[in-house]
Design a protein around this ligand. Structure first.
Ligand code: FRU
Length: 290
């Protein structure tokens, strides 16, 4: 890898329809710009696991030096990632985990922990009593599964039998789906105290549905991602009560790729930190969760 003959890295992003993913690509691009010996080729899988599998095959056939992938779903992409990795190319998996660890490194935040923190926040805010709607991320992706599992742990309905999840649905990470699901929840549930959505677009969709029927002030909205211009802004605007940061790991992805290309040892897993943003701490930049 030299500026004249740079390393070529293929990056397959599962979609670019969601703002968080645009941010991830920007973070990768910005970090890579500092290294003229590195060229990143970006591909958008348009939220289709089969398309994403094809992109991995193309990268291998083109002879790229390394692959970055943020996979849409775990099951259909575990084997294609393993296959690319077995050709000897470093493969770095970002944010959404797979079913096996046949790759160089996984980089992402701890979604069980984020879910657990959200659950604890809800249990505490409700004072042990109330009704909850959970709008899940795509449950064929590991962050959706982990954010659900952690939430149930943190909510701890054994210790807080007065808290009930009265409605749950898979909104597949998408704001319009969340809005529709929330319309059903509102139609069937006369009392909703908290809406926990697995990402900020989902929380915002739920808020819009509640606002439509004049019920948004009677409930609290909890989200995840905390992009500065999205979730954090929603907290500032009083739309969300809390959001948990889900860092993109773009800079870490580039740093790890460079190390792997230099033949250095890289960790199998890099766990990114998270921050919580509430109405009380948002002006001060949120607070790190230890
Ligand atoms: C974007 C997104 C984020 C979420 C992440 C989970 O596609 O849905 O909102 O935090 O993916 O992988």
């Amino acid at each position: 890898g030299t500026p004249e003959d740079p390393f070529v890295v293929g990056m397959s992003q599962c979609n670019l329809g969601e703002p968080w993913r645009v941010q991830m690509n920007d973070d990768v691009r910005k970090a890579a710009e500092k290294h003229p010996n590195l060229k990143i080729v970006f591909k958008d899988a348009q939220n289709d696991s089969l398309v994403q599998r094809g992109q991995l095959e193309e990268f291998v056939n083109q002879g790229v030096d390394a692959i970055l992938i943020s996979p849409k779903e775990a099951a259909p992409l575990t084997e294609p990632v393993a296959k690319a990795f077995r050709t000897g190319i470093p493969v770095i998996v970002l944010d959404r985990a797979l079913l096996k660890e046949d790759y160089t490194t996984f980089i992402g935040a701890d979604n069980v922990k984020i879910g657990r923190e959200a659950g604890k926040w809800v249990a505490e805010t409700l004072g042990g009593k109330g009704t909850v709607v959970e709008l899940k991320g795509l449950m064929t992706s590991v962050p959706g599964q982990d954010r659900h599992r952690g939430f149930i742990e943190g909510l701890d309905t054994k210790a807080h039998p007065g808290i009930k999840v009265v409605f749950e649905a898979d909104m597949q990470w998408l704001e319009p789906n969340a809005r529709k699901e929330m319309e059903s929840a509102l139609a069937t549930q006369p009392k909703i105290d908290v809406v926990y959505a697995h990402n900020d677009p989902g929380a915002h969709g739920a808020y819009l549905a509640a606002k439509q029927v004049g019920r948004e002030k009677s409930m609290k909205f909890v989200g995840i991602d905390a992009l500065p211009h999205e979730g954090v802004q929603y907290v500032k605007d009083g739309i969300l009560s809390v959001t948990f940061q889900y860092p993109t790991g773009g800079a870490e992805a580039v740093a790890t790729t460079l190390k792997a290309l230099a033949g250095e040892n890289v960790p199998k897993k890099i766990v990114l930190p998270t921050r919580v943003f509430t109405r009380d701490n948002v002006a001060a930049g949120g607070q790190e969760i230890p």
